[in-house]
Design a binder for this molecule. Structure first.
Ligand SMILES: Cc1ncc(COP(=O)(O)O)c(C=O)c1O
Length: 343
């Protein structure tokens, strides 16, 4: 069984694909390391772009196939996933309930009102608040409760679950992305040496890694932890890869040695700033005209920069950094970028 014969899944067309694969010559020269490239998944189009568009194509594809009329999703207050689902639901004529978890304590008003929250309102999503921030099972249970209420009112709900105890359907989108990047690099004559991606729910990381390995590509994928420590995250990535192989009807090929995560760029916790993140936001913006966010891509770029500086990435082969989006969250975190933030 090869990837060409893997199981197929219903898919709603929501993303602008393929996204560009671009060199970052000024950042590469600044670091005096290998050529750095950026995969512009911040340009997937749907409601200001981001990685979740690829994932949502499969979730909402399944929702439509099941005859659902309402989609439910849970995430952090400034979740990009929630915002893109709210947009995708509008595009497909579905109602949308979003549950916002209070994952980051002591945040100013803009965090609760601007950025992704503002966009959720514009998309007309029904917003629920969930006070707990670090209990995936409890968040999913509450979403299930809201779904039962939707059902009682005559609706046909479809839940996009958060926890890792559900098949990682959205990761199929990143199996596709793996093929897309390999094709683009081949077409551009770029020899890739390694990939760098965010590792949060691990759906993106697992999809990319599984998509590469099942195409016979054994290049390393550095997963930059944005949510939990490397020990927990590696276990999660491996489990998600195996769940994905099972879901896709592929043989089990991913092993522990394929999974690489680092929590050196996470800082105190999810959504909390680090000095390396601030430097990455500044360098990406001022050398490449790229916007990265404080929660995900700022830490991912910090990771890519750190791994060049410590010599982990060297030589002539390209390092491809996955830009997974998240830029609307900048407005929710505006307080981090007041006068003097850049030293
Ligand atoms: C902008 C952005 N990048 C990366 C991630 C992490 O992706 P994943 O949850 O698939 O690990 C997220 C997830 O919320 C995100 O919003």
């Amino acid at each position: 069984m090869t990837i060409a014969h893997m199981k197929t899944f219903p898919r709603a067309s929501l993303a602008h694909l393929p996204t560009p694969l671009e060199p970052m010559p000024r950042l590469s020269a600044h670091l005096n390391g290998p050529p750095l490239y950026v995969k512009r998944d911040d340009c997937t189009g749907l409601a200001m772009g981001g990685n979740k568009a690829r994932q949502i194509e499969y979730y909402l594809g399944e929702a439509l196939a099941q005859g659902a009329d309402t989609v439910l999703i849970t995430g952090a207050v400034q979740s990009n996933f929630v915002r893109q689902v709210a947009a995708g639901a509008c595009k497909l004529g579905l109602n949308c309930h979003v549950q916002l978890e209070n994952r980051v304590a002591d945040m100013p008003a803009a965090y609760h009102e601007s950025g992704n929250v503002l966009l959720n309102r514009i998309f007309g999503a029904t917003i629920h608040h969930f006070p707990v921030g670090e209990d995936e099972a409890a968040a999913d249970r509450n979403l299930e409760k809201i779904a039962r209420e939707v059902e009682a009112a005559g609706g046909r709900p479809y839940i996009i679950p958060l926890g890792a105890d559900h098949p990682p359907l959205g990761a199929v989108g990143y199996m596709d992305a793996a093929g897309e990047i390999l094709d683009q690099a081949r077409g551009m004559g770029v020899g890739i040496g390694a990939f760098v991606t965010a590792s949060g729910s691990a759906v993106t990381h697992a999809g990319l890694l599984t998509g590469l390995r099942h195409r016979g590509c054994d290049l390393p994928v550095a997963g930059i932890c944005v949510r939990r420590d490397a020990v927990q995250q590696s276990a999660r990535v491996l489990a998600r890869c195996r769940d994905l192989e099972r879901l896709a009807g592929l043989p089990a090929r991913i092993t522990e040695s394929d999974v690489w995560t680092t929590d050196a760029y996470l800082g105190p916790s999810y959504g909390k700033p680090t000095p390396q993140m601030f430097e990455a936001v500044r360098l990406a913006a001022r050398l490449e005209g790229l916007l990265v966010d404080p929660v995900y891509t700022g830490k991912v770029f910090a990771g890519a920069i750190g791994l060049v500086r410590d010599g982990t990435f060297s030589g002539e082969k390209a390092v491809v950094v996955l830009h997974t989006g998240g830029t609307p969250a900048l407005f929710g975190y505006a307080h981090l970028f007041e006068d003097g933030w850049d030293g």
